[in-house]
Design a protein. Sequence first.
Length: 109
Amino acid sequence: MARRMKKRYLLISSEPIHNPEKAAEAIRSSYRILFGELGLASSGLKLIRGYEDGVAILRCALDSLPRAILAAATVTEINGSGAAIRVMAVSGTIRGIMRKLPRLRSGYI
């Protein structure tokens, strides 16, 4: 019997504020450059929810979590303009990320 894939959720913030879809695409592109097409496919990297203030929730496989954080850290531009992506929190559930969101927004954004 096949085991289900364990997932982790990342709360990211782009500086300066960018569209969350564009930020997620920049992370996927960085991941593809660093670890190849097969690595990207096995990571299960997906945008779950984006907000207007540049904050987004991404999902990835537990095994690829360190690589996803590395890919986010290596993003230097989004849509041709300079940018940085900060991983603000990691959780095993969306509910856990949503609990951390108000506290992190008041402290970092």
